[in-house]
Design a protein around this ligand. Structure first.
Ligand code: SAM
Length: 195
């Protein structure tokens, strides 16, 4: 459920991201979070699925994690979020706790190229939002962890040429069903027919 506690932390994080951008904080230090529209779409993909197992690659300070975990909470799912930046890991933990979502979200610290292969299989929804040159690698790694019919969502199709090529490759693959959803910076939503 999206309760007042979650809404309050989401609102604070939106204000922090706007202030950091206005202050010219370097991109690597900023949250670089999805916007609220993309957050709502992530919520909608997870909320109706009982026991939904969600993998997030690029947790940052936890903004998208909050949307995913609040949705997973409804029918008993959970989120595993991967993040390598120690400052963001600390902020993630504090924001998830402030939102009351610790029971539904777990953070695995470290380079996702190393931590992801060690995770158990069985994810239903994967959200890729790390550095763009790694999307192909992360799609291949995540595909091996998906249940049949699993969905992979990738952010930044409209804002990055590499992700545009990633989206085109997904749409040309007959073992997938993939569409670019014009929400936020463009989300590629891919159903994997054969994991
Ligand atoms: C665009 S931000 C994620 C924003 C977040 N999904 C949100 O909407 O709030 C990308 C994040 O991916 C993390 N990242 C990039 N490459 C990574 C890797 N190989 N392993 C773990 N985290 C990584 C970065 O540290 C950064 O925090």
């Amino acid at each position: 459920m999206l309760d007042d506690r979650v809404r309050a932390v989401l609102g604070r994080l939106e204000a922090e991201e706007a202030a950091d951008r206005a202050a010219g904080m370097p991109e690597t230090q900023r949250s670089l979070s999805v916007g609220p529209e993309a957050g709502r779409l992530l919520f909608a993909l997870v909320a109706p699925n009982a026991g939904c197992e969600v993998l997030e690659i690029g947790g940052s300070r936890g903004y998208s994690t909050l949307w995913l975990a609040a949705a997973a909470r409804i029918l008993g799912g959970r989120v595993v979020s991967l993040e390598s930046d120690p400052a963001k890991v600390e902020a993630w933990r504090s924001n998830v706790a402030d939102a009351g979502l610790e029971e539904w979200a777990e953070l695995v610290e470290g380079d996702a190229k190393e931590t992801l292969p060690r995770l158990e299989d069985g994810f239903d929804v994967v959200f890729i939002d790390a550095w763009k040159n790694d999307y192909e690698t992360f799609f291949a790694l995540a595909r091996g962890k998906l249940d049949p019919g699993g969905v992979v969502v990738a952010d930044n199709v409209f804002s990055n040429e590499v992700v545009k090529a990633y989206a085109a490759a997904r749409q040309a693959d007959p073992t997938l069903v993939s569409v670019t959803v014009p929400v936020g910076s463009g989300l590629e939503v891919t159903t994997v027919l054969r994991p």
